[in-house]
Write a protein that binds this ligand. Sequence first.
Ligand SMILES: [Zn+2]
Ligand SMILES: [Zn+2]
Ligand SMILES: [Zn+2]
Length: 141
Amino acid sequence: MEEQLIQVLKRHQLRLTSIRKEVLALFLERQEALSQHDLEEALGEVDRITLYRTLRSFEEKGLIHRAIDGTEKLRFALCQGLCTAHTHQDDHAHFHCEQCSRTLCLEETQLPELNSPPGYKINQTHLILQGICADCQMQQA
Ligand SMILES: [Zn+2]
Ligand SMILES: [Zn+2]
Ligand SMILES: [Zn+2]
């Protein structure tokens, strides 16, 4: 694990700090989108500003992306390796579970090609799916 953390941080040109390692470990472990609040809860004693800066630098370096999920919470999710500094390629949908409130990347669900209206330049497209996640459906069954 430690080795993996170091490699990922290096690949994204991020200096090793303990907070960066801890935050990255959480993203790898949880495999879901996390808000700053989620991270604060998981990490316990943590300086909010340091955490905020950590998330910003991860985003800048192509390590995490914003998982826009239709809620007012800003969540981030781990990128799948194609992203580099300033060039994110996270063209997949995000799923938000109405029951457990988790947000997940749907890597297999690609964004559809859309015709943009004449004269408009589209920089970003977000596809949000909402419903009940597989885990929650299993619990109901
Ligand atoms: Zn990305
Ligand atoms: Zn759920
Ligand atoms: Zn995502």
